[in-house]
Design a protein around this ligand. Structure first.
Ligand SMILES: [Zn+2]
Length: 362
């Protein structure tokens, strides 16, 4: 069911404020907090509600705290009245305003236990290291964007995660589900028949899977329980987490961090969306395997061919390339292709097509 509109925003939902109905009729407000830079993602939806204290899931993108605050004012709250901030995962469009919010009140910070570790270590370096091992990495990064990310990381590293959570933990009516894959610290948070899904389950779009190769750095830096094998990074991990959420049962309304409203319309979703996303990735694996079977071996060339219909510019090549890499890794795990030198030496078909069964077995 569509939420009630409390305040209209633009066609993408920027600056919009809406009201959903939570457990026992509690209002759950959604604030469309715009991104700090041009983006086709639409706003980050920050969810605000009262349990034992005023709680916010994802206060929005770094550099937009005034926008978040304006949304809060519409529903009669201030930043000072927030008692708990929950971070769905440590990406700048979700935890970006945490430092600005927490420096103005004594709120608790709840996040998956890995979030705090990565925040102290500087996660971007850990998660983008793999690119250096790839000699043909196609594009230079946008310097302005990198500078802002570094500023944000410096501030986030100073935060104290007062309440690190782990899978299955329950508190104040909330149940935390660990759903790594897009990000190694991703949480979906169940509240009555609602599920705050962060980026894990989105309408219209799907998040970029992470790269399982990132685990090689992560492994050395994190505490012992995380050192015994990769269950945190990569497309296969993401698909496993989708299956896990699909098992939560019927009747759940998913409240995503993006695209809840877009092009002038609401996009209500439930857990059936997990199946659609899984099939999308299965299809992409098939399309990429076809290109490899046709003899393309260079990952950059495969990326340009696969995304030829959208005409990749210099800025879009990085996410597109990462997307292709995550699917190639799954094809390699399934035994269908072999990448030499982490893909830098090219990719080769091994004569099988086992990826679909592999996905079913996850
Ligand atoms: Zn996001």
């Amino acid at each position: 069911m569509n939420p009630e509109i409390i305040k209209k925003g633009d066609d993408s939902g920027n600056r919009m404020v809406v009201k959903y109905e939570g457990p026992d009729g509690t209002p759950i407000y959604g604030i469309g907090v715009p991104q700090a830079w041009a983006s086709r993602l639409g706003p980050t939806w920050s969810y605000v509600f009262e349990t034992d204290r005023l709680t916010v899931v994802d206060p929005g993108c770094y550099g937009t705290v005034d926008r978040f605050e304006q949304g809060l004012q519409v529903i009669g709250y201030s930043v000072a009245s927030i008692g708990r901030v929950i971070v769905s995962h440590g990406h700048v469009d979700h935890d970006g305003n945490c430092h600005a919010v927490l420096s103005r009140n004594g709120a608790e910070l709840w996040a998956h236990e890995v979030y705090g570790w990565l925040a102290r270590l500087g996660r971007r370096e850990i998660e983008t290291d793999w690119r250096r091992t790839f000699p043909g990495y196609p594009a230079r990064e946008d310097d302005t964007f990198s500078t802002r990310i570094r500023e944000h990381e410096r501030l986030i590293s100073q935060l104290n995660v007062s309440n690190p959570v782990t899978d299955g933990q329950k508190a104040n009516g909330l149940t935390f589900h660990y759903t790594p894959g897009h990000s190694p610290d991703e949480l979906c948070i169940e509240y009555g028949n609602l599920l705050f899904s962060g980026d894990h389950i989105l309408p219209q779009i799907t998040p970029h899977p992470s790269i399982s190769l990132s685990y090689s750095r992560f492994q050395q830096e994190l505490p012992d329980p995380y050192k015994s094998g990769n269950r945190y990074y990569g497309l296969a991990v993401y698909l496993q987490s989708l299956k896990k959420m699909s098992g939560l049962g019927g009747g759940i309304t998913v409240l995503p961090a993006h695209r809840a409203f877009y092009h002038g319309a609401f996009n209500p979703i439930n857990l059936e969306r997990t199946g659609e996303i899984l099939e999308h990735h299965r299809e992409r694996c098939g399309d990429l395997l076809t290109l490899v079977r046709e003899g393309l071996s260079d990952l950059t060339a495969i990326t340009r061919r696969h995304f030829a219909h959208i005409g990749l510019d210099d800025r879009m090549i990085f996410p597109a390339f990462t997307e292709v890499m995550s699917h190639m890794e799954l094809l390699q795990e399934a035994g269908d292709v072999e990448m030499s030198a982490h893909g830098g030496g090219g990719v080769r078909w091994k004569g099988t097509e086992a990826f679909s069964r592999f996905i079913d077995s996850l």
